[in-house]
Ligand binder design. Structure first.
Ligand code: GLY
Length: 568
């Protein structure tokens, strides 16, 4: 069966070949075929997902296989020691799985504060006190149990082999290891795997992680209980305790992922399902689309200042509302409230097409939340048009930095997504609300936006890493496709902008705003700052009467692949 891949991380030889062949080419079109498609952050992970589709697995089988390979070859974010979210459309079933980490039972609201009530630098970021109870082991299994069709062992096997037989370090991974070598060097067990001899692995070298292979094999043989109880769980707790953490055996054994009704809405002729609380992503995406429709955004010239102005105005309102959000049990607003037509009408009516509203005039709170941008997203469609969007994370790149030696995987630092000091600027001069205060068993607020969208004879799955920029990056790619008719790759490649209420400025990627538009936006009262990537979007599309497509984001590591035949 024919397979076609494009990797945004290319070997030097392949890169030279491509340069020769594509010397005068514009960005290539998204790959097409008919049997399904996968886009993820790593070529080996995408290849594993494609192989599963070729063997008759469905989109869930492929998504879980892809995610598990990412837990080996993309250690910055792929994980067994973190958590995430998946939004799926399998036949008529549209569901969201929340496998977000939870705060350990011993967590307390003031655990990151000193005796004066000030946040202690790095305490919620480095070492196992920063780690929430991992959700991925339960989540991947749950996803497969409910919707998978291939045997569980078959789905886990590519990850076991990657860890046991080894995988080749890409340039990007080598760069990430180099960039995080201080963090990775803080813990002996982490350094042994990721900084052998005190140096990060070179690009092109092969890495084997026998302890991780054993953990994955146990997971393949016995399911999540192999990681949540018994010797591997004991090793996690012991490593955590050795370095001042509070994870307990009861925390690990008691973790459960939760099926939740997704955020559902219609916009621009599409049905859309995205992630509900404890992620803010689906609400922000839904509010964005609803307000843009009310403002007749579609009718504005594509490359004029009006469109960017309205995006910024819509986002500053949506992110102001985000301040109220947190774990569903403590959130101060619900999705129903924030997406009610009355509220959206009121919000949209306050937008002046000719003038920026200062963020201070929208809500009195002095700041806005932000998150680290080291997350990873994968998207899959299968030959039947089933779609899975799955975003998973350790939060910071390589999480809290602590690798559990006997288990071979890193622990997350997701606790930093809570508000360590509600109502007060944190170490990054940012503020989050009481609704997202630390509390035992709570899930920390997220911005992850795994999304599926469909209309007659077509479906798509998409999402991104990128911290607080996830919803805005995801929204722009969706709008490029459904409003402006871009092909997937062009939609992903196009430069993007971002606004998140606080700080009160439009962030613009290189090339996102022409000098004229920049000037016009400033005239309307916007501040503009340059920024790096607004998310790294991975998107796939299925069409009943046409080829599947996949596009990976060239801003980061990415790999898009399609199956060459429809298989039905
Ligand atoms: N840790 C990033 C997020 O959950 O949004």
């Amino acid at each position: 069966m024919k397979r076609i891949f494009r990797h945004t991380t290319l070997s030097a030889t392949f890169l030279l070949l491509c340069l020769g062949l594509l010397a005068c080419a514009a960005p290539p079109p998204a790959l097409d075929a008919t049997g399904g498609a996968v886009a993820s952050a790593a070529p080996r992970a995408t290849a594993a997902g494609i192989k599963v589709l070729e063997e008759g697995g469905n989109a869930v089988d492929a998504a879980v296989a892809t995610a598990l390979v990412l837990s080996v070859v993309h250690p910055n974010a792929g994980n067994l020691g973190g958590g995430g979210f998946a939004v799926i459309r399998m036949g008529d079933q549209v569901e969201a799985l929340d496998f977000r980490e939870t705060a350990p039972a011993a967590a307390r609201a003031d655990m990151y504060l000193d005796e004066h009530g000030e946040a202690i630098s790095d305490r919620s970021l480095i070492g196992p006190l920063a780690a929430g109870v991992p959700g991925s082991p339960h989540g991947y299994f749950e996803l497969h149990q409910r919707y998978g069709t291939l045997p569980w062992k078959r789905v886990v096997d590519p990850a076991v082999r990657a860890a046991r037989d080894g995988f080749v370090v890409t340039k990007r991974l080598a760069g990430a290891l180099e960039g995080s070598s201080k963090l990775l060097g803080r813990f002996e067990a982490t350094a042994e795997v990721w900084l052998p001899g005190g140096r990060p692995h070179d690009a092109g070298s092969t890495v084997r992680i026998p302890a991780l292979a054993d953990s994955l094999q146990a997971y393949a043989d016995r399911g999540p209980v192999a990681l949540m109880e018994g010797p591997i769980a004991a090793a996690v707790v012991a490593a955590s305790e050795r370095h001042g953490g509070i994870l307990s055996m009861e925390d690990l054994a008691g973790y459960r992922s939760v099926w939740r009704p997704p955020i559902r809405f219609q916009a621009f002729g599409w049905d859309i399902a995205s992630m509900p609380l404890p992620s803010s992503g689906g609400i922000i995406l839904g509010q964005t689309c609803a307000m843009l429709e009310r403002l007749d955004w579609v009718s504005k010239p594509r490359f004029g200042a009006d469109r960017t102005h309205l995006l910024a105005e819509v986002w500053r309102r949506a992110y102001a509302d985000r301040f109220l959000l947190g774990d569903p049990s403590t959130s101060q607003a619900t999705a129903e409230e924030l997406m009610s037509p009355v509220w959206l009408d009121r919000r949209a009516m306050t937008i002046d097409v000719g003038r920026a509203t200062p963020s201070d005039e929208i809500l009195p709170w002095p700041g806005a939340p932000d998150e680290s941008d080291q997350t990873t997203h994968l998207s899959v469609v299968d030959a039947e048009g089933n779609a899975v969007a799955l975003t998973t994370t350790l939060n910071g790149r390589f999480g809290c930095g602590l690798l559990v030696p006997e288990a071979g995987f890193l622990l997350n630092n997701e606790m930093d997504d809570f508000a360590a000091q509600p109502g007060k600027p944190n170490q990054f001069a940012l503020v989050q609300g009481e609704a997202n205060a630390v509390g035992p068993g709570k899930r920390m607020l997220s911005s992850m936006t795994p999304t599926v969208a469909w209309r007659d004879g077509e479906s798509m799955a998409f999402g991104a890493p990128g911290g607080s920029r996830i919803p805005t990056g995801t929204a722009q790619v969706f709008l490029n496709v459904v409003v402006d008719g871009d092909g997937l790759q062009a939609a992903v490649d196009r430069p993007r902008v971002h606004h998140q209420w606080r700080p009160d400025s439009i962030r613009a990627e290189d090339g996102a705003l022409s000098p004229e538009i920049r000037q016009e936006l400033i005239r309307r009262g916007h501040e503009i700052e340059d920024c790096g990537a607004v998310g790294l979007v991975q998107i796939v599309r299925w069409m009943a009467d046409g080829p599947c497509q996949a596009a990976a984001d060239p801003r980061g590591p990415g790999s898009a692949g399609v199956v060459g035949t429809k298989g039905r």
